[in-house]
Design a protein around this ligand. Structure first.
Ligand SMILES: O=C(O)C/C=C\CC(=O)C(=O)O
Ligand SMILES: [Mg+2]
Length: 427
């Protein structure tokens, strides 16, 4: 069973060449120094022969790629050892709207329902020079070679597992070339490569309804959803929700530890109200949105600012690190919290009040966020929306106790430890 589907962007030589001049300018400033990660959440997953519905009025592009499937737990694995954790490979179609910017997470371009069909797994001894062929209605329309990838499977596993422990069932998509194939309703897109089961999907302008999904619930998180926090970071409040996704590996519980990397200057807390979905939601109106909510809880959306790069910012390396998202499992039912938009939110460090806000100050409120997301993707029971943090960030150090408290929802306590302390605790 798939767990998290990670994807590498800008990993094909043709993309870096096409974007070379732009990456020397704002907002990028320089070419990416680290792999550019994004996540294809479970609503995007489809299988061989599944029909994929195309969003009305949008041009969708095929993105044939190779998926590497993790077979064993991989934590801080070297590239040399990475081969040992690979269960096999599959073909995938990393579907996308046009890639017009890599600055902020491209959830609208990448995460529509059905935007990630993945084929059956097979064991292959070597994928370093594999031809990936795309046929549309039986005609070859694209062909690229994995030899043109900037980082191969083992290097990507090493890079990702440095901050995100991989588990069996996790998948990494290795990237797509700059040129993509435009697809239309009525097309059948087939992806082929020697030694792998082909992946073929018909495309329609109306897709069958989503069944109940497997895989980990998706944790959507809002950036800059409080104007005072945006301004303390020298940003204006966004004109539409800035949504990024956090992977399952980052979650930890109440009274747990969060690891501060030893080589960083600034790791800060972010107390946040979290909405937990209770019913399948697709194209839900703002007026009805709260009817789909199972309850509310809270999280601490820690960030390691040293690792920020202006590619799909905030990057997974900043926001999706092991142990850096404490989340309280117990939820408060909507009946006990009639107005989630008027709750005091506080964060204390070692008993001292450091952050104090109110959920009434959200830029985009909860009904808006549910309606906006469900306009292009299906929210499933268990999916969560961390609604952003107000002003008042500060660095935290090993030994600090951090408590997030939201009126009517409860408290979340955790302690900061150093990498060395955490490694010692594992021995
Ligand atoms: O790009 C940045 O510096 C901020 C991105 C996300 C901030 C966040 O998680 C929040 O506002 O909450
Ligand atoms: Mg946050």
């Amino acid at each position: 069973m798939k767990r998290t589907v990670f994807a590498a962007a800008l990993n094909h030589q043709s993309q870096i060449e096409a974007w070379a001049a732009a990456f020397q300018q704002p907002p990028y400033q320089h070419p990416p120094q680290h792999p550019v990660w994004f996540i294809k959440p479970r609503n995007t997953w489809r299988s061989h022969r599944d029909t994929v519905g195309l969003p009305a009025g949008e041009q969708v592009y095929s993105g044939a790629t190779l998926a590497v499937v993790i077979g064993e737990t991989a934590r801080k694995v070297s590239a040399e050892k990475a081969r040992e954790v690979i269960a096999g490979y599959a073909l995938a179609n990393e579907l996308s709207l046009a890639e017009e910017s890599f600055y902020r997470p491209a959830i609208k371009a990448k995460c529509h329902d059905g935007f990630c069909p993945i084929g059956e797994i097979a064991v292959l001894p070597d994928v370093s020079a594999l031809q990936i062929i795309t046929e549309v209605n039986g005609e070859v329309r694209d062909c690229w070679n994995t030899a043109d990838l900037r980082r191969g499977a083992t290097e990507l596993i090493a890079s990702l597992s440095e901050f995100s422990t991989l588990q069996p069932g996790d998948v990494i998509l290795l990237g797509t070339p700059q040129q993509r194939v435009a697809i239309h309703a009525g097309d059948v897109v087939t992806i082929k490569a020697a030694g792998l089961p082909e992946l073929s999907n018909p495309f329609s302008d109306s897709a069958p309804p989503m069944e109940q999904l497997s895989g980990q619930p998706t944790l959507f998180a809002l950036g800059l959803n409080y104007a005072d926090h945006a301004s303390e970071l020298d940003f204006k409040a966004p004109e539409e929700p800035l949504v990024f996704i956090k992977a399952a590996n980052t979650l930890t519980g109440d009274h747990s530890v969060s690891v501060r990397p030893d080589d960083v200057e600034y790791m800060h807390y972010e107390g946040e109200l979290v909405v937990v979905m209770g019913k399948t939601a697709r194209r839900v109106s703002r007026d009805n949105a709260l009817d789909y909510v199972a309850g509310y809880t809270l999280c601490n959306d820690y960030a390691v600012r040293d690792y920020l790069e202006n590619y799909y910012r905030p990057n997974l390396r900043v926001k999706s690190r092991d142990t850096l998202t404490p989340l309280r499992e117990a939820i408060v039912r909507p009946s006990a919290l009639p107005d989630p938009h008027n709750l005091a939110l506080k964060t204390f460090v070692n008993g001292e009040l450091r952050q104090s806000g109110n959920t009434r100050d959200m830029v985009f409120d909860i009904p808006f966020l549910i309606a906006w997301l469900s306009e292009f993707l299906t929210l499933q029971p268990g999916d969560m929306i961390a609604t952003g943090t107000p002003k008042g960030l500060a660095d935290v150090r090993p030994g600090d106790e951090v408590v997030v408290e939201i009126e009517g929802v409860g408290r979340l306590t955790n302690r900061i430890v150093s990498e060395q302390q955490f490694e010692d605790s594992l021995k």
